[in-house]
Design a protein around this ligand. Sequence first.
Ligand code: GDP
Ligand code: IMO
Ligand code: MG
Length: 425
Amino acid sequence: MSANLVIIGTQWGDEGKGKIVDFLARDCAMVVRFQGGNNAGHTVVLGDQTYKLHLIPSGILYADKMCVLGNGMVIDPAVLLDEIKDLKSKGHFLRNLHISERAHVIMPYHKYFDELEEEMKGADKIGTTMRGIGPCYSDKVARMGIRMSELLNANIFMKRLQQIVPFKQKILNAFGKKRELVIAEIAAAYGQHAEQLRHYVCDTTTLLNRFVGEGKKILFEGAQGTLLGIDHGTYPFVTGSETTAGNASCGSGVAPCHIGKVVGVVKAYSTRVGSGYFVSELNNALGEQLRKQGHEYGTTTGRPRRCGWLDIVALKYAVMVNGLSELAVTKLDVLRNIDPLQICVGYTYRDKAVDHLPADMEMLQEIQPVYQNFPGWHEDISNCRAFAELPLTCQSYIQTMEKLLGLPVRIISVGAERNQTIVRA
Ligand code: GDP
Ligand code: IMO
Ligand code: MG
């Protein structure tokens, strides 16, 4: 079986994927992002440095790892250049960074449309990150997108702008948005970005497949989480791309037969940023305590994250649609001093048991959680480095997750630092 692995968020994002990718990248030759854009915020803590990565894969802190922004991504060139600058200022030279020529480019009008579409939805707004992600993916599907290869070709880029910009301007005008799109200005600004990015852009699909042929290990880094995926998430409160393991192939050009393992990252409780269904949400002091203890504020937008208990029904769905092989549980240290702990082990809808995640939004809104209580712990576990060092109640919380989800928990994270990690055989 192939040694290549995919790391996937199993909830609504911010599970700690960045930390786990950084940890597992040690044994890999390449780390690839295959979807999403700078809506993602992946934090890696290394000594006294905290890195907040939005576009660049979380393997970048190792000088010898190849890092790829795959064809399935949407890239805001100015944001990428800022991220490159920031990493360089911290001593990372990014000699092994590669950007797919097929990745789509986020344009200024995508951000305006993000704003406009949210306004149009009113009370039903998604609460997007306003980074232009959804509109950029919409244009990709409408065959109205601009890819990195077109950005690098000034003639084609201008042709595309002349075709697309008047269309976008008409819509903005029709909705009374005072946003003027000046083709010459866009061309000049993006032309500069193109020159700065040109040497990173290449045919990453061929590069990746060369690595596959040479038997070099590849790690595919998911962004967002399963329940935010456009196909399998809690639509319409989702992001613009598919976040599950299957998209690792489409978004990189590496065939499914070359992927051997899918690791699901599970936060020891649940969080969500933005609107939408969250059946185990705690709208009370306990939710506030989780937010405080877990520092649950968005890495990208700084918004407070909604907090709640672990949801086994939703997680079972993530196990199924991703074909998870094993789990990495993060932020277990955050649950300290919360006693008893609860886990949502089932749902009811109008007094009837529901054992799956329904698609119907109205039904989802009415669903009630069924909780089981578990004893908590009061010890600080952030210095534990072996499973046996964890308090027994903490061990039993992990074993309960394994039993309920039918999968082994191989990695347990007890702090943000790379070394605050327990690996089980
Ligand atoms: P991602 O988007 O899935 O990569 O997750 P984020 O980086 O947005 O959010 C996770 C946050 O939790 C970051 O601030 C991490 O530094 C932090 N973190 C990751 N793992 C742990 C852990 O085990 N314990 C604690 N206390 N913090 C963690
Ligand atoms: P990482 O990779 C958490 C959420 C937004 C919003 C919805 C759609 O750090 O886990 P978008 O801007 O993508 O159109 O917003 O998705 N969202 C995330 N929530 N973590 C993320 O990324 C997210 N990326 C998008 O809050 O609800
Ligand atoms: Mg995040």
